[in-house]
Design a protein around this ligand. Structure first.
Ligand code: GSH
Length: 205
């Protein structure tokens, strides 16, 4: 039994979709970020980073989206959600880590500018730059990372729920899908999957 700590509509959606794909036994603990529940002493004792997602597993608590996704894929090898060969696995990790280390932090400049600067002008300037940065990330994904129809090609994998978020980050910044047909088709294919729909419903999306 897993426990997924999430905020609705957050990047925890990726692990949530993967749990549904696996058909794993899990429960959720929903935290309200606007109410600061992710900074409560109780939650900080689970995840001192004060972010979601966190996944409580039989081995302990995991944080960071790429680690959680890779763990779930490797803990359920029969579902074939990650390549087994070292190069293939590293390629999948490289794709997921691009989202974690580049696109997601760039998206966070929209609402979390105060984390990076104190000056209101600097915060506004960072926020204004987010759509351009999302478009640049989308171009890289469209041209280099998303092989199609799934991220790694013919086989659905642990990368796909995470890349579904890229489409959401683009939409939140009015980046038209028209210029990014592979990303658009990927999002549509994701939405057609029962696991995605089940997770989205639990997020009220
Ligand atoms: N590097 C972390 C980032 C997690 C993260 O920033 N999550 C957001 C929600 S998408 C969050 O907890 N935000 C609350 C905050 O920034 O205070 C990961 O990939 O898991």
């Amino acid at each position: 039994m897993y426990t997924l700590y999430l905020a609705k509509g957050s990047s925890a959606l990726a692990a949530h979709i993967l749990l549904e794909e696996i058909g794993a036994r899990y429960q959720t603990q929903v935290l309200s970020v606007p109410d600061g529940e992710h900074q409560s002493d109780t939650y900080l004792s689970i995840n001192p980073r004060g972010r979601v997602p966190a996944l409580a597993t039989p081995h302990g608590v995991l944080t960071e989206n790429p680690a959680i996704l890779a763990y779930l894929a490797q803990a359920h090898p029969e579902k074939e959600l990650a390549p087994k060969d070292p190069f293939g696995f590293a390629t999948a990790q490289s794709a997921n880590l691009y989202l974690a280390s580049t696109m997601h932090p760039a998206f966070a400049h929209k609402l979390r500018g105060a984390r990076y600067a104190d000056s209101p002008d600097a915060i506004t300037a960072m926020k204004d730059k987010v759509p351009a940065n999302m478009a640049e990330c989308a171009r890289l994904i469209e041209d280099h990372l998303l092989q199609g129809p799934w991220v790694l090609g013919a086989q659905y994998s642990m990368c796909d729920p995470y890349f579904f978020l890229a489409h959401r980050w683009m939409a939140a910044n009015d980046i038209s899908s028209g210029e990014f047909p592979k990303i658009h088709a990927h999002a549509e294919a994701m939405r057609a999957r029962p696991a995605t729909r089940a997770a989205l419903e639990q997020h009220g999306l």
